[in-house]
Unconditional design. Structure first.
Length: 452
């Protein structure tokens, strides 16, 4: 029974094999004869950066997040999009670095992309769904009471690749587990009747306390495996269950003083900011002229937002709406503020956020972190969502874990609750590796996102 991470490793290894096979077949077709190992090794060396880009694109477009794909057509469409973009980047790469290598394999590059699309379609679209399906799933009992854990059950049971499934759900509220003997007897019957080998339980719910000694005895005898529902939810959903969040969770799970990480992240922010600053300076005159010709008003808007620790910071953005509104969501009822024609494209391309590179250089925000709220929004959300301000225990950023996981920007309290779950997952698990993954996935958001 392969776990999800093991399958991801196998998929990565298969991508290496497909890469070498596609390159070999491209050389064979190009030369119309048997390609020797020396020619293949030379091309592998030259094509290695192309492979790195391909893997980054696969990750960016969720090819290692199996549950996000629903249809074979969607997978094939994304494969084609990835390879078209790869072809464009590769031609640019070989043009720029042609002087550093004796090989300029433009024809082989085109053949490689075509062959890799064909092989990847056969493997990832046709065969991987069967490969991901476990040979035998572990029967699991869920003991919890909340909408979040209902979401967990539906997610696990609706996808084939998880190595377990919830055969039963013991809702704490429905079973009224106040009496120890009755509760334990009901639980024993459910375990025996369904031949359950695994239990996922909300240990933070006081109503489950009387079941824990019984489950401990079974677990210590190796008769069943017992897991904390909050940990399983976090691992599968990649966000924090708000039911498991609190002050105890914060002091137990969140590390604030990670000096090496913070120092490295600050250096990376500065290095990345400098070329973006140059691009902004080049584009500014054209953007400013377009804004002035399109509508009356200022070129920049200055927004006061929450920064790290609740500190108030100022962010600069190009004006994309008829006026600066700091207290209403774009799609909120009776909102008189509208996105301008130029503003629509500035938002789509994210050019409207280029001036924020000044705040990155200053240190008020980072490239990666929870998105900072305007003061009016932050006040509304902190009043409606428990522990909402915990997301500001770290430096906010231009893009974050919530931005790459939510299809559209949140426009309601409920949608912001989901954003908070993702942000708190980032607060707990932040690292340079996670920051890199967010940066790679941000590319997909820029290319595919339909919202503003």
């Amino acid at each position: 029974m392969l776990k999800i991470k093991s399958k991801q490793i196998i998929l990565f290894i298969s991508d290496i094999i497909l890469f070498v096979a596609s390159l070999y077949l491209a050389l064979f077709v190009r030369n119309f004869d048997r390609t020797d190992s020396l020619a293949l090794s030379d091309h592998i060396f030259v094509f290695f950066p192309i492979f790195v880009i391909l893997i980054a694109l696969y990750y960016s477009f969720d090819f290692y997040d199996f549950e996000l794909f629903q249809t074979k057509l969607k997978k094939f469409s994304r494969l084609v999009n990835i390879h078209v973009f790869l072809l464009f980047i590769s031609f640019t790469y070989f043009y720029i670095f042609s002087s550093f290598t004796s090989l300029t394999p433009k024809t082989i590059l085109f053949l490689f992309v075509v062959v890799n699309v064909l092989l990847s379609t056969i493997w990832r679209v046709m065969l991987v769904p069967s490969f991901l399906k476990p040979l035998k799933k572990v029967k699991t009992l869920l003991i919890a009471d909340s909408e979040e854990y209902n979401e967990l059950k539906e997610t696990v049971n609706s996808h084939n690749f998880y190595p377990f499934y919830f055969v039963s759900h013991l809702n704490v509220k429905e079973y009224e587990l106040e009496e120890d003997d009755t509760a334990v007897e009901k639980l024993r019957n459910i375990l025996e009747e369904n031949k359950i080998r695994q239990v996922v339980i909300d240990i933070r719910d006081e109503r489950t306390n009387n079941l824990l000694p019984f489950l401990y005895n079974l677990a210590s005898q190796r008769k069943i495996d017992v897991f904390d529902a909050a940990g399983v939810y976090e691992d599968i959903m990649k966000k924090m269950p708000m039911r498991g969040v609190g002050h105890f969770w914060f002091f137990e799970s969140v590390k604030l003083n990670i000096r090496a990480y913070e120092f490295a992240k600050r250096i990376i922010d500065i290095i990345l900011s400098l070329p973006i600053f140059v691009v902004w300076i080049i584009l500014h005159s054209f953007v400013a002229l377009a804004i002035k010709l399109d509508s009356k008003g200022v070129i920049f808007v200055i927004q006061e937002r929450y920064g790290q620790g609740g500190k108030i910071i100022k962010l600069y953005k190009y004006r994309t709406m008829t006026f600066s509104d700091e207290g209403m969501w774009l799609k909120e009822k009776n909102n008189p503020n509208k996105v301008t024609r130029v503003g629509y494209w500035l938002r789509k391309s994210r050019i409207d956020e280029l001036p924020q590179v000044l705040s990155v250089l200053k240190g008020d925000i980072s490239f990666i972190g929870p998105r900072p709220d305007m003061l009016a929004f932050g006040g509304r959300l902190s009043a409606a969502i428990p522990f909402y301000m915990m997301r500001y225990t770290v430096r906010p950023g231009l893009s974050g874990w919530a931005q790459v996981n939510q299809e559209l920007p949140p426009q309601s309290i409920e949608e912001n609750k989901i954003r908070t779950q993702y942000d708190l997952y980032y607060v707990k698990n932040r690292s340079l590796i996670l920051d890199f993954f967010i940066m790679v996935k941000t590319f997909k958001v820029l290319v595919l996102r339909n919202g503003m």
